[in-house]
Design a protein around this ligand. Structure first.
Ligand code: SF4
Length: 367
């Protein structure tokens, strides 16, 4: 089909969505706060993973005001394991802005929503259409896949100009009513029928009679996406420093990956025992019983969006408890209940074979 015929998808898509969509905890609400939280959580994250996080988050922070009053450590703990921690920080910043600039009421215009921290075109479109019934499209990878297959559009979907044009074409065909449902029906079709990995389930697709790629049998040729540059690899030596019933953590810097998060002490590169002792001696930290806990095994791998870490883990006893060395000593209980430790470092604890083994985290990536 041509882009000029896109209006033909509206009726069959809405009928299909009304009859047969998944029941998800954020569906059916028009509360912009809840729509926003769910959309932020769903970025780069699977629906099944998000559901328990969303429920916990909304129970603890049911409103913008509750989010503003939630402490940073508690907020990160609620997010622990979900990855992309800047999303949680931006949620809070945006909530603070809503309180300061909009009297605590979620703004209703697309432009004002788009102006909040952490909100891009997609999320602004989703909140505007789902919560406020505006003719704004939310175009992500799922929607681009559906549209480029329907129209046999061979342009690169990573090109911002193409995304903008697809958004515009869709917004031109938004129906006068059920605009939020139309947005969600496109998302739903891309998630469960015109699926991202493997063959789309065209037999059950409400748009199959209209779909150019289906007619030609070329579904798998769309969407066209330029190859991503290869991920950079960083090697790290990670230390589990134990002092009685505590281990040492430190805060990461304010910039870069996992900025501001807690981490296990670590040094760039794969170091020998002698080099590790030397590096810590320079900070007046003496290590005892130093041993490589991942000895004989390949380095632990952790994948971020643009980078992967290969980590070799060591454990040592250590009695440096001063604060001038940048270390903070925490108990297992604190680590379990209060402190959000990124999954990359939880993997190290899980593999360390010490009393800290039990604190191993979930398997999602920290991005
Ligand atoms: S017919 Fe197949 S390829 Fe076309 S939109 Fe439907 S699921 Fe996707």
């Amino acid at each position: 089909m041509e882009y000029s015929q896109l209006d033909q998808i509206v009726a069959p898509l809405l009928a299909w969505y009304e009859a047969d969509h998944r029941q998800l905890p954020w569906r059916g609400t028009k509360d912009p706060y809840k729509v926003w939280v769910s959309e932020i959580m769903l970025q780069q994250t699977r629906v099944e993973t998000v559901i328990p996080y969303y429920r916990r988050f909304i129970e603890r922070c049911p409103t913008v005001a509750a989010l503003v009053s939630c402490g940073d450590d508690e907020l990160l703990k609620l997010w622990e394991g979900l990855g992309y921690y800047s999303r949680a920080r931006n949620l809070k910043k945006a909530a603070q802005m809503i309180c300061a600039s909009y009297d605590g009421r979620f703004p209703e215009t697309y432009e004002a929503i788009r102006g909040l921290p952490g909100i891009g075109d997609y999320t602004a479109g989703a909140v505007s259409s789902i919560a406020f019934e505006q003719a704004r499209a939310a175009v992500d990878g799922n929607v681009l896949r559906v549209v480029t297959r329907l129209t046999q559009d061979r342009r690169d979907i990573m090109d911002a100009k193409v995304r903008r044009q697809v958004t515009e074409m869709l917004e031109n065909v938004y129906p006068p009513k059920l605009r939020g449902d139309f947005t969600q029906s496109l998302m739903e079709l891309g998630a469960v029928v015109c699926v991202p990995n493997g063959e789309p389930l065209c037999r059950g697709c409400p748009l199959k009679a209209l779909c150019g790629a289906h007619r030609q049998g070329t579904q798998m040729q769309y969407p066209v996406k330029k190859k991503k540059p290869q991920r950079k690899t960083e090697h790290k030596t990670v230390l589990i420093l134990i002092n009685q019933d505590k281990i040492a953590l430190r805060k990461r810097g304010a910039q870069g990956i996992l900025s501001g998060m807690w981490e296990l002490p670590n040094i760039d590169g794969i170091l020998t025992a002698k080099q590790i002792r030397q590096a810590f001696a320079e900070k007046n930290i003496e290590l005892r019983e130093l041993r490589e806990v991942s000895s004989g095994r390949p380095p632990l791998k952790h994948i971020f969006t643009h980078m992967e870490w290969h980590m070799v883990c060591w454990a040592a006893m250590c009695s440096a408890v001063g604060t001038d060395n940048g270390l903070t000593w925490v108990t297992e209980k604190q680590l379990t209940h209060e402190i959000a430790l990124p999954t990359a470092f939880k993997k190290c604890l899980k593999g360390c074979g010490t009393m800290w083994e039990g604190t191993g985290g979930q398997q999602q990536h920290d991005k």
